[in-house]
Design a protein around this ligand. Structure first.
Ligand code: SAH
Length: 366
């Protein structure tokens, strides 16, 4: 394969045959990797300029009914001290965040039945009432379609649910038999159909993953066409069954970010905390390979260390304001600027009015 030529074609066609994608995914040569990152950066500048969007992350519960083999907050991790934030605490995080220029709040947690649909709707409605110019993103895992509809009617704008891996076989290695890729995909299609801006994504370097598995992830994303794509390296956690597997590496993650940018020019792609955890300048390099979102932590400091999905997670000691200013500095140093806005996906704006109408329909229904 002539890599230079493949890059040109990927940029032009937003696609390549499987074998060529697999080769780009596994590129080793330093110069060609840099050419891939530069192409990712160029496409992102074409579509989004130097804007980087902020998402304030509120990790509101580390209780989880699931038992994913890679995840530190899995049900069977008896060593973990569990916590839940009250609705008042969650809204207080948003209040702090609003003052710091956040216009998107992401509520993320384990699959915790303590918060029933009414509780989630109540929290979403309160946030939308207090901060009407903000977007609310939920990341609560797999739910019934009806629950997703109710959250949407309550005002939730976006939903993040990584598919984790689009290979059936690989999915079964990462998850207990009670979970299925088919169900997770169905959730994503339901969310999209309801009108959410949907985010999906996967881990890079999870145990047993091959380049062809990653090609399958790209093919699934082509089918789903999500507004957001979140990826990060797998990082081991000492109290999980995957404790002895090596963590993913930064370069393969950067290559994936650049490939995603070339295939999905409009996608919102975060430079994730996991990327910053495996390498001190991982997030900056992520931005330079095509990422355009950062997600500073807005959770109260006393629970930060407890939302431990993997070992050595960064940003667990700082107040929200410190986290925000640290990331601003990093974004500027990398050559970009933070935009104080909701940061909606650009090609969806035309359909935004339609989505709002749909939200109103649901509202009348419930
Ligand atoms: N319960 C929610 C939120 C999950 S946590 C849901 O199911 O969507 C958010 C993401 O963290 C997961 O989707 C997973 O991709 C990532 N994650 C979990 N454990 C990890 C690990 N050990 N290393 C890297 N990323 C991990």
């Amino acid at each position: 394969m002539n890599t230079h030529d493949a890059l040109l074609r990927l940029r032009r066609d937003r696609d390549l045959p499987d074998e060529e994608l697999a080769q780009l995914i596994s590129l080793e040569n330093k110069e060609t990797c840099q050419a891939l990152f530069d192409a990712g950066d160029a496409v992102r500048r074409e579509r989004y300029g130097t804007d980087v969007y902020l998402r304030g992350l509120i990790e509101f519960t580390n209780h989880c009914r699931n038992n994913c083999l890679y995840c530190g907050i899995r049900r069977d991790n008896a060593k973990l001290e569990r916590y839940r934030l009250s609705p008042e605490e969650i809204v207080a995080c948003c209040e702090t965040g609003w003052g710091l220029g956040f216009r998107t709040f992401v509520l993320q947690g384990g699959e915790d039945e303590h918060y029933d649909d009414d509780a989630i709707c109540g929290i979403v409605m309160e946030i939308k009432k207090r901060f009407p110019d903000c977007a609310v993103t939920l990341s609560l895992g797999e739910k019934e379609r009806e629950s997703y509809e109710r959250f949407f009617a309550a005002g939730a704008d976006r939903y993040l649910l990584r598919h984790e891996t689009a290979s059936e076989e690989h999915y079964r290695k990462l998850h207990p038999a009670s979970m299925s890729l088919a169900h997770r995909k169905q959730c994503l299609y339901d969310l999209r159909d309801i009108g959410y801006q949907v985010g999906s994504g996967f881990m890079v370097g999870s145990p047993g993953q091959t380049a062809m598995d990653l090609v399958k992830d790209l093919r699934f994303l082509q089918d789903l066409r999500p507004a957001m794509i979140g990826i990060g390296p797998f990082i081991r956690h000492r109290d999980t069954p995957f404790r002895d597997f090596p963590s993913g590496n930064m370069l393969s993650c950067l290559r994936m970010i650049a490939i995603l940018r070339l295939m999905f020019p409009y996608a919102l792609i975060p430079a994730t905390t996991a990327l910053g955890t495996i390498s001190p300048n991982g997030r900056e390099l992520g931005l330079r390979a095509g990422a355009n979102v950062v997600m500073p932590n807005l959770s109260p400091v006393h629970v930060r260390g407890l939302y431990r999905l993997y070992d050595d997670k960064i940003c667990t000691g700082e107040e929200a304001a410190e986290c925000r200013s640290c990331l601003s500095r990093r974004v500027s140093a990398a050559g970009y600027k933070i935009a104080v806005s909701r940061g909606d996906v650009k090609n969806i704006l035309q359909t935004h009015k339609k989505i709002l109408r749909k939200q109103k329909d649901y509202l009348e229904h419930y």
